[in-house]
Design a protein around this ligand. Structure first.
Ligand code: ATP
Length: 294
């Protein structure tokens, strides 16, 4: 498990990362979201040791992370950084060898990864001759070389077509299932919703929400959509109801955190037929908007 404990980073007078604490656990995909300039990349760079922290601690399996630990971390940096003029295969084999693999293993592993990422026919091509999405896939392959014990991926899905997104999502799930903690940043909230087990939301350098996706979805007061065929303003008088948004055919109703929906439904039935009574669970995008609203 990776733990960030009160991490701080300043650029001059700008505190880009402000007392950031969260965990990235094995068997979990952790989505890292936040607006432009929220501090995600800076946090990831500190995890990788590319940037020093001004305060706080990063622990790997309970002890401060070392340079040797970081050599086992797979990293896809925001600035990408492979060589445009070199062929795909030669630079990936070179990187795998830097991670300690023999040439034969490096080649075999690289070819298997390229096959998996749909790039088998591009292995002899120069990186710069590939489409942007395919260059992105090569960057992903670079992060997965060797047997990474942790994956830190800065916007791994940007620029990928839907099939590549699915392949990438499957691949990340396999790493997580094998016990590799995965932290990935993304602005694609639908994708984060679909993929992640845990979520960290940052705004202006601070973590404003974190937890399992389910915890965050059910953190708020429960809300229900009631359809009765006529405005349900009467719901305001039901014990436990904290807010009613009347609709032409019913209402959207909020209950107090601990309130049960039974009395509300019973009262609705007393007023006439009930066509629907549905819990309204916020999406990750709803939660994100609420947590990052100025
Ligand atoms: N090398 C640097 N020098 C000065 N300021 C920096 C540097 N790197 C980042 N910053 C500042 O730190 C803050 C956080 O930036 P960061 O790139 O970490 O955000 P981010 O959440 O990754 O944003 P995005 O989603 O746009 O990539 C911003 O105010 C940014 O301008």
């Amino acid at each position: 498990m990776l733990e960030l404990d009160e991490l701080v980073r300043d650029f001059g007078s700008n505190r880009a990362v402000d007392q950031v604490s969260f965990r990235v656990s094995g068997n979990r995909l952790t989505g890292f979201v936040g607006g432009n300039g929220a501090g995600k990349t800076t946090t990831m760079r500190m995890i990788m040791g590319v940037l020093a922290a001004n305060g706080g601690e990063i622990r790997w399996h309970g002890v401060p992370v070392s340079a040797a630990d970081r050599r086992d971390f797979g990293y896809m940096p925001e600035e990408r950084g492979l060589y445009p003029k070199q062929t795909v295969l030669s630079q990936l084999v070179y990187l795998a060898r830097l991670r300690g693999q023999s040439t034969a293993d490096a080649r075999q592993h690289t070819l298997a990864l390229l096959e998996r990422l749909g790039l088998a026919d591009k292995s002899a091509a120069r990186l710069e001759s590939l489409s942007l999405g395919n260059q992105q896939r090569v960057q992903i392959a670079a992060a997965l070389l060797g047997s990474p014990k942790l994956l830190i991926l800065d916007e791994p899905f940007s620029g990928l077509d839907p099939h590549a997104v699915d392949t990438m999502a499957e691949l990340l799930r396999e790493y997580a299932d094998a016990g590799v903690p995965v932290l990935f940043s993304s602005h694609q909230l639908d994708l984060v919703e679909r993929l992640c087990d845990d979520l960290v939301i940052m705004t202006a350098g601070r973590v404003v929400a974190k937890g399992t996706a389910d915890e965050l979805r059910h953190r708020d007061r429960p809300r229900y959509h009631l359809i009765t065929g006529s405005p349900a303003g009467w719901a305001r008088t039901v014990p436990g109801v904290t807010d009613v948004e009347e609709l032409p055919d019913g209402a959207r109703i909020e209950l107090a955190a601990e309130a049960e929906p039974g009395p509300l439904l019973a009262e609705a039935l007393r007023h006439g037929p009930v066509h629907a009574f549905t819990p309204l669970v916020p999406s990750i995008a709803d939660i994100y908007r609420e947590m990052t609203a100025a």
